[in-house]
Ligand binder design. Structure first.
Ligand code: G1P
Length: 294
């Protein structure tokens, strides 16, 4: 497998679960502490050696591109004020990766979003990272997938997580056989099956490594669940050929597409910061005593 240099990040969603704030703020810009969610996802990709980020975006999402762009007026202001630490922070973000943005004119599903990125990706394997899944891991989750692809020779790799059976309706679900602990040769994939018909309880988390030929498959993928063009359905075509593995990645995953998941991520990443830890612990004690949230 040639090096994976590009990551596609679909960010066109309206973020209705976070209304009203998402009337004016893209959901990917909601903060985990003092950083937007999307920065954690971009940082994961960069830590895995990815150099280019392709945002598949929509109207009202300019804040994302602005965030990763240079900001000459702000930089000049911080420089003149001698605020070197803040200047370094602002520059660090602007230099994380090359950012490209393409527009998904119509919301026709995740598969359609990925297909929209085709001209920006070109003819090489690429990663897909979904912004609602933030993963904290020693080795970046997408890096674990890239390594698994290289080791197994598989054309496509999806991240897997075991979920309670009752939750299968929230995820793409994979079935197959484990070639080794934590590595499934995927034979079938179903988007959001009801628990009674789910082929397993191994769910797809929002991390994928895909070959460029997925674009051709996506062009012929009919609308599936919810009337949308599903990425899961396109990858299932490759899985039927034996070209897909599912990797049960090591790391902690946060569903930041959900209010409590976002709060949990904020607590987790704040508690990891030495300067915030004591404050977070004290706050949790207050909560347990019933002094917060009455
Ligand atoms: C998408 C995919 C689904 C996957 C999930 C992971 O669904 O369609 O297969 O399991 O992301 O977060 P969404 O949550 O965008 O509806």
């Amino acid at each position: 497998m040639p090096a994976v240099r590009t990551a596609v990040m679909p960010v066109a969603g309206l973020g209705t679960r976070f209304l009203p704030v998402t009337k004016a703020v893209p959901k990917e810009m909601l903060p985990i502490g003092d950083r937007p969610c999307i920065e954690y996802v971009v940082a994961e990709a960069v830590a895995a050696g990815i150099e280019r980020i392709v945002f598949v975006s929509s109207r009202g999402k300019d804040a994302l591109v602005d965030y990763f762009d240079r900001s000459p007026a702000l930089e000049a202001h911080l420089r003149e004020a001698g605020k070197v630490d803040l200047l370094a922070e602002v520059l660090r973000v602007a230099k994380m990766a090359e950012v490209v943005s393409v527009r998904q004119g119509e919301a026709l599903g995740l598969g359609h979003a990925v297909l929209t990125a085709a001209p920006a990706v070109g003819n090489e394997p690429f990663a897909v990272l979904l912004g609602d899944d933030v993963v904290d891991a020693q080795v970046p989750a997408i890096g674990q997938l890239i390594a698994a692809g290289a080791a197994s020779g598989a054309e496509a790799v999806v991240a897997l997580m075991e979920v309670p059976r009752a939750d299968t309706r929230r995820y793409g679900v994979c079935a197959g056989t484990f070639e080794q602990p934590g590595r499934m040769r995927v034979r079938a994939m179903v988007e959001k099956p009801e628990p009674e018909v789910a082929p397993s309880n191994f769910a797809i988390v929002g991390r994928y490594v895909l070959p460029a030929r997925i674009f051709e498959v996506l062009r012929h993928t009919p609308r599936g669940r919810g009337g949308e063009i599903q990425l899961t359905d396109a990858i299932a075509v490759l899985a039927a050929e034996g070209a897909v593995i599912g990797e049960v990645f090591a790391g902690q995953r946060f569903d930041t597409g959900d209010l409590l998941g976002l709060l949990r991520a904020s607590l987790h990443f704040s508690a990891k910061r030495p300067e915030l830890r004591a404050g977070v612990d004290a706050m949790v004690q207050e909560l347990l005593r019933g002094d917060i949230g009455r």
